[in-house]
Design a protein around this ligand. Structure first.
Ligand SMILES: Cc1cc2nc3c(=O)[nH]c(=O)nc-3n(C[C@H](O)[C@H](O)[C@H](O)COP(=O)(O)OP(=O)(O)OC[C@H]3O[C@@H](n4cnc5c(N)ncnc54)[C@H](O)[C@@H]3O)c2cc1C
Length: 477
């Protein structure tokens, strides 16, 4: 049966449409080499019709399909898992912009279109695209939609869900749903596109999308500033909001020791200012000529209130780029060695600082030299947080400690009303842990939706959630 399916897939797609063996290796592991899986074949269709054809063949033969975009998702969602016969379906060759419509403020693109390509296409018609993060040069729009990605502009524009106007999706039975609408308002019943956003390929394969564009600001300007009192971070953020209003487009927190590490490691980066501090913020205003004045007003008021101690304002494109390159190089995995426990967490913004203090306490109670490293999109309550259990201890003990720390911190995040998956999705990394985040009733609703769309569980099984979490008996309790 399997051999028959492989032959049918190869015949459908032609010699350039599939890869196997060594040629397929980069598609069966993630970019960090953390997740590896087996695939009978990697298929690389070039059209929605080909995707539909692939799905119909797999449906007939009971073959699992793992959709893959740029493979930058960092939690194993795009890599086959388990022993069922599987293929990876890469949308990399479906990478075209279909149309850019400056009057409708929208762009229509194929699922494999790279995020940076959409930025470039928008800029050509004097529009801006909101989605932006470190992997902009390799992540694709289908992957961003399927993980409901966030990034540095969420504060101003919301996350991917807020940017999607319409979708085209191939369903698990191979039928094509054309929902490529560019409407801002439509109250005609269930809005089906939202089911596929953040679904991590478990309900359908996104093949095209209509995405929102925005007016292009005349310019962006970023201030790098040393924080006077981290306990008053939210006061600082509130001030940036009130001075910047809709000009405030990013508010990021960066620990000083990570700046030192990044500058030591990447000679191309320059230190924005000599003042050393435990914490810095990157505050970006976007708009017209008056943003410099507004940033200066913001700094003046913040310094007077002891919220900031010093600041460097980017004066040209090179300085602006240096600040954001510095931000992109901050992730601890790039700068530190040794076992690190990692969360992309969100908590209500006013609770970020007490939460961080509590994290260190909780981790240190389990393993005293644990160090908490947090940075990220504080403006939307989202922290990339790592815990570094320092010290040399024997492996088995160490693994047990790590497990205990993960479980204690997950619980703490939930106590604070937060999420352990604020960005990047659930994938494999958070598959078991996410059970504690939602009620059995919520999982039951998810399991029922999954059952309706994909009764054979062929679309990305073993990812995002375990349908058993929605066990009806548990839900009734
Ligand atoms: C350096 C770096 C910085 C990052 N910063 C951020 C950040 O600030 N904020 C943030 O949110 N994320 C961030 N990310 C991760 C980001 O989530 C991914 O880049 C993006 O969301 C997924 O893009 P991708 O195309 O690589 O998808 P993949 O990794 O290929 O896939 C992700 C998931 O979507 C599914 N999928 C992919 N394509 C489709 C499709 N067409 N239809 C259905 N399912 C599909 C896959 O099966 C998988 O479950 C970062 C990643 C890196 C490497």
């Amino acid at each position: 049966m399997t051999q028959e399916a492989i032959a049918e897939l190869k015949a459908l797609l032609g010699p350039r449409g599939w890869l196997e063996g060594e040629d397929a290796a980069t598609y069966t592991q993630d970019i960090r080499g953390t997740y590896k899986g087996d695939a009978l074949l990697v298929v690389r269709p070039t059209s929605t019709e080909e995707v539909s054809g692939v799905v119909k063949i797999c449906n007939r033969h009971g073959i699992v399909i793992v959709p893959q975009g740029g493979n930058t998702g960092l939690c194993g969602g795009a890599i086959p898992r388990g022993n069922r016969p599987s293929i990876v379906l890469s949308v990399a060759r479906m990478n075209k912009i279909i149309s850019v419509d400056p009057l409708r403020y929208s762009v229509t693109a194929e699922a494999g279109c790279i995020v940076q390509t959409i930025h470039d296409a928008a800029a050509e018609v004097d529009r801006a695209f909101a989605l932006d993060w470190g992997a902009r040069g390799s992540a694709v729009i289908g992957g961003a939609i399927s993980t409901n990605a966030g990034g540095i502009n969420v504060l101003r524009f919301g996350n991917t869900r807020d940017q999607v106007l319409g979708l085209e999706v191939v369903l698990p039975d191979g039928r094509i749903w054309n929902g490529l609408r560019a409407l801002r308002k439509d109250s005609s019943g269930y809005d089906m596109k939202h089911l596929f956003i953040g679904a991590e390929g478990t309900l359908g394969i996104v093949t095209k999308a209509v995405m929102r564009l925005h007016p292009r600001p005349l310019r962006d300007q970023t201030m790098y500033a040393s924080v006077g009192d981290i306990e008053r971070l939210m006061e600082l953020f509130a001030l940036a909001r009130s001075v910047g209003d809709s000009n405030l487009t990013a508010f990021e927190l960066i620990p000083g020791h990570m700046v030192d590490r990044a500058i030591a490691k990447y000679p191309v980066l320059t230190r924005p200012m000599e003042t050393r501090a435990e914490w810095y913020v990157l505050v970006r205003f976007s708009g017209g000529e008056d943003i410099t004045e507004k940033l200066e007003t913001f700094f003046g008021e913040a310094a007077e209130r002891g919220l900031l101690t010093d600041a460097a304002l980017a004066q040209n494109m090179a300085q602006e780029k240096n600040l954001w390159d510095l931000r992109d190089e901050i992730p601890p995995l790039k700068l530190m060695t040794g076992k690190m426990l990692k969360w992309d967490t969100s908590v209500p913004i006013d609770r970020i600082i007490p939460f961080l203090a509590e994290c260190e306490k909780v981790a240190c109670a389990i393993h005293p030299p644990s160090k908490v490293i947090a940075f990220g999109h504080v403006g939307d309550g989202n922290l990339h947080m790592s815990i570094w259990p320092e010290g040399t201890i024997g492996e088995p003990v160490f693994d047990k400690l790590c497990k205990d720390i993960v479980s204690a911190i997950d619980n703490l995040i939930w106590q604070y009303g937060g999420s352990i998956c604020a960005e990047h999705g659930v994938g494999v990394e958070n598959y078991d842990r996410v059970q504690g985040q939602k009620s059995p009733l919520e999982f039951e609703m998810m399991a029922k939706i999954k059952q309706v769309f994909d009764p054979q569980n062929l679309f990305n099984p073993g990812k995002m959630f375990n349908p058993a979490y929605g066990d009806v008996k548990q839900a009734a309790e």
